[in-house]
Design a protein around this ligand. Structure first.
Ligand code: DC
Length: 231
C-alpha cells in the first residue's frame, strides 16, 4: 500500500503523542516526536550551563549545534514498542519529561536557529515517508505536502488534567495548578512566537478530543488514513 506522511499538530498536552504513537504502531509507520527534540535541546542547555536565570546563552547554543555537539536520535524501546529519545547516545526519555525541561522548552523552541536545525533533521527523518510526526509546525513548515494533516484540540483544563495524571503515574511530583499554568504559558508562547507559531494548516482536519474515548479517536483516525491513502 502507498506510504504517506502524517502530520499531527496541536497544543501541548493535547494527547497528540499518545495518539500519534498508537496510530503509527497500528499502521506500521515510524513515530517521531518532534517536541522531544526541542526538549532534548533544552536538556542540553540545562546540563551545559547554557540556560541560567531564565536566559539562554544563544551564542553558546549556536556553536554547540554547529559543532554537532547536540546529537538527537530515536531508538526503539523493545519494552514499550515506542522510540526513546537519545541525546549524545544517552537515553534521556525520562529526563526530558520533567517540569524543569517543560518550563524552558518553549523559550528554546522559539529560537530561529534551533528551529532551523530541528526542522532539517525532521525532514531528513521523514524523507522515506511512512512516518507519523507530531508537533506544532509539522503540517505547516516541516511537511507542508503531507498527505494527511490532523490538528488536535482540547480545552486547557482537559489537557492539564491529562498531563497531571501522566506525571503522577510516572511518579513525577507536580500540582494540577502548576501543570495548568504551564499548559497556558506554553499555549501562549507557542502561538505568539515569531518563528513558526502554532497554527492550523489550511488543509488540516480538526480533531477535538475533549469528549472522545481513545477507541472513538482511533476509529476516526484510521478512517482518515484509509481516505488519504487512496487519494
Ligand atoms: O509537545 P511537547 O510538549 O513535548 O513540546 C515541547 C516544546 O517544544 C513545546 O514548548 C513546544 C515546542 N515544539 C515546537 O515548538 N515545535 C514542534 N514541532 C514541537 C514542539
Amino acid at each position: 500500500m502507498k506510504k504517506i506522511t502524517i502530520a499531527v499538530d496541536g497544543y501541548s498536552a493535547g494527547g497528540k503523542s499518545t495518539m500519534a504513537k498508537d496510530l503509527a504502531k497500528e499502521i506500521g509507520y515510524v513515530y517521531i516526536d518532534s517536541g522531544a527534540m526541542y526538549r532534548a535541546v533544552t536538556l542540553y542547555c540545562l546540563q551545559h550551563g547554557l540556560l541560567k536565570n531564565e536566559k539562554i546563552d544563544e551564542e553558546g547554543l549556536k556553536a554547540a549545534l554547529a559543532n554537532n555537539a547536540v546529537r538527537i536520535t530515536f531508538h526503539a524501546n523493545a519494552a514499550t514498542g515506542c522510540p526513546d529519545t537519545f541525546l549524545n547516545e544517552t537515553n534521556v526519555e525520562n529526563a526530558i519529561r520533567g517540569m524543569e525541561v517543560a518550563d524552558h522548552a518553549s523559550a528554546v523552541a522559539a529560537l530561529g536557529f534551533v528551529r532551523h536545525a530541528m526542522v532539517a533533521a525532521q525532514q531528513a527523518m521523514g524523507r522515506e515517508k511512512g512516518v507519523v510526526m507530531d508537533g506544532r509546525d509539522i503540517g505547516t513548515v516541516v511537511f507542508p505536502d503531507a498527505e494527511l494533516k490532523i490538528f488536535v484540540t482540547a480545552s486547557p483544563e482537559v489537557r492539564a488534567r491529562r498531563r497531571f495524571n501522566e506525571l503522577t503515574a510516572k511518579g513525577i511530583a507536580a500540582s494540577y495548578e502548576e501543570v495548568l499554568t504551564n499548559v497556558r504559558k506554553r499555549d501562549h508562547v507557542d502561538s505568539t512566537r515569531e518563528e513558526s507559531p502554532l497554527r492550523q494548516a489550511a488543509d488540516a482536519l480538526i480533531l477535538d478530543n475533549s469528549e472522545l474515548s481513545p477507541a472513538e479517536q482511533k476509529e476516526w483516525l484510521l478512517a482518515r488514513v484509509r481516505e488519504a491513502v487512496v487519494r
